[in-house]
Write a protein that binds this ligand. Sequence first.
Ligand SMILES: C[S@@+](CC[C@H](N)C(=O)[O-])C[C@H]1O[C@@H](n2cnc3c(N)ncnc32)[C@H](O)[C@@H]1O
Length: 405
Amino acid sequence: MTAFGTLRCLGAGLLLFALCSLLVSKPMLDRQDCSTTAPSAASASSSKPIPSPRPAEAFHFEAFVGMPSSGLETPAVLPRAMKAPGCDLPLLCGWSLAQPVQDDAFLKVTASFQLFQQLPFNATLGIDGRSSVTLGTMDALRQHMNLLYENEKLVVDIPTLPTLNIPQKIHVIPMGSEPYFRRTLRDADMVSEGLWLAGSFPPRGAWLDFGGSHGRVTRALAAAFPQAEWHCSDPIFDSIEWGKGQVPNVHYHHAPQDPPMSSFSEGQLDGVYAISIWSHYNEESALAWFHEMHRIIKPGGLLWFSTHGFQTINYGTLESAVQKPHREEMLASLYLTGFFYFPMFGAKGDWQLSDGAQGTKWGFGAMTPEWVAARLLNAGRRWMLVYFGPGRNENNQDVYILRRN
Ligand SMILES: C[S@@+](CC[C@H](N)C(=O)[O-])C[C@H]1O[C@@H](n2cnc3c(N)ncnc32)[C@H](O)[C@@H]1O
């Protein structure tokens, strides 16, 4: 080593010694940090490498906060709903599929039951005077409501729920063999479950169905909970225009594919829900739209969204979404980066939409809770996690509920 090199080593050692001395009066934790992450003055000139600094966005999960029970209209069921047996950290232990809440108190506030209560008494379906409902009857209840809908009888008692004859050119999500209205009620109940768990029940104020297609779920919630104001936005112009003509109690907005969304001012909304929207964004668009949600939702408001994640890899019908060759890539990408994107629709785009970049923005997107924690919860503490339900949407997409800070 040259004399100049020796001097440099000594200089660095002295500088570190001075820094550690300065921290001596700080709490124990800081002193330990100093002794474990930086070499002491005596060892500074040895060949031990100095460990690299901690990454700026270290993962930690302190952002999970259960809802306080006082002052809420609903009991604090969140811990019961999320906790796996013997597991105190729901976020980390929740890898078994999240099940719908099986609580009588909740079932009575589902969108389906609220609609059912608007029917005349003789439509009871063996449910005891509409005063009690059990889980076993929920599917039967939805099936019953579906028949009334399909036979155009529901609209007689609930005029805000007309039977829609949806033309081929209007967007509807693929539903397999499940009847349109029964699936719609199931999805509306899934959203109302989230609002109930988050303590925002019954919904009040202004709510947006973001990427709401023609207003499929929006109108079911609007009819079930008329005390709130319901909005639906979508980039497909035809869906929005058609919905406007059919559904009088929903406010429709044509939205751009990229933010900002000029229809909504800062903090205008009490909450947003988005069924299968973040499941399509690439990482950049996902972040840009989370940012926009933060702008339009008021402090304390909620963002409910479903998206692909690890659970999707187990999902039986994955073939249609991510073909087999992409599974390994998806698994690796989720483990390594927390995010996965695949241009599922290619250059032709989805439905009538092309994102103008060979499908590099809107295709198949997936994320992990760690990614959510690092990007949304820890970074600037812009959001707080209220609920995480692995595979809660169709045993496929994970459901997240965030509260805006
Ligand atoms: C899988 S569908 C879900 C529709 C609706 N949420 C439902 O459950 O019936 C995706 C929806 O997102 C809309 N969409 C397309 N690009 C979008 C974008 N960049 N931002 C928000 N929504 C978009 C589509 O037009 C479509 O209505």
